[in-house]
Design a protein around this ligand. Sequence first.
Ligand code: HEC
Ligand code: HEC
Length: 252
Amino acid sequence: MRLIIRLMGLAILLATTAWTFLTWPRLPTAERGHRLAQAQGCFTCHGEGGLKGAMNPGRKDKSVPGFGGDVMMYAHDANDLREWIRDGVVKRRAQSESYKQQRAAGALVMPAFGKRLSGPQIDDLVAYVQAASGDPEPEESDTLATRGLARAEALGCVGCHGAGGRLAARNPGSLKGYIPSWDGADFAELVQDRGEFDGWVRHGVSDRLKDNAAAGFFLGRATVHMPGYEKHLESGDLDALWAYVTWLRKVR
Ligand code: HEC
Ligand code: HEC
């Protein structure tokens, strides 16, 4: 009797462990930063997603910078971004008299988050700002990966997979609770090779998962589904998208 109870206990333990492992969220860094940015109020000044800054009367630049194209005017690299977020300014600028005047003249001032956030949290925010601003991007000479990114934007993949396929929006009812990014840890489980990738993009699911009952349960239950793009692909799209995703997974 005791043995049976022990075995049952062990079986339950194993099942919960397997379950926890399967459903354990492994959010990509940039998505952690995205959610933290939302929670910390960054988007009140930098706009939804950080993409369109609010008007900032009194300043020559008129509005709060977004994390999109103009980010490079303010921050040259990840270290600059870290300084901005931690100290509310970069050392380089803090010395300049004209900058100090501008900072004092504007209605909105960048707060220093180093007082309330830890180093790793600030790193997550940096990863988000980088993803939102498309940094890094493939070298121009890597024409296939560059084209893949352009096609991912044109086909609307980034609506669900986030800027550059680097985010993980919430997806209630799905296995992990979010849409897997292309550079995250879940990708390798979902896409074992090029053939499976093509399956996902063409049909919205890989052949392997299509025939798997447990996977089918979750794919069916999720709020948002991966569409099949078969009808919408131009020739060369799969090669280009794959080249981009391969590049992304190398640089992440
Ligand atoms: C009260 C408004 C406000 C809030 C809230 C705010 N910022 Fe800013 N932020 C600014 C302003 C204004 C600037 C421009 C700085 C300057 O020139 O003095 C700026 C600049 C920046 C920059 C450098 C320029 C750029 O766009 O890359 C980064 C990065 C940044 N903020 C990130 C963040 C993050 C991350 C958060 C949340 C953790 C945040 N900000 C919250 C107002 C704000
Ligand atoms: C409407 C939202 C949506 C759009 C648009 C979308 N996907 Fe997905 N994608 C998903 C979801 C959700 C999953 C997870 C599987 C599922 O639940 O169906 C997924 C999974 C994937 C996967 C599996 C691996 C992983 O980690 O992401 C790949 C690869 C993928 N999508 C590529 C693409 C490409 C390429 C495009 C554009 C041609 C695209 N997706 C457009 C929602 C979307």
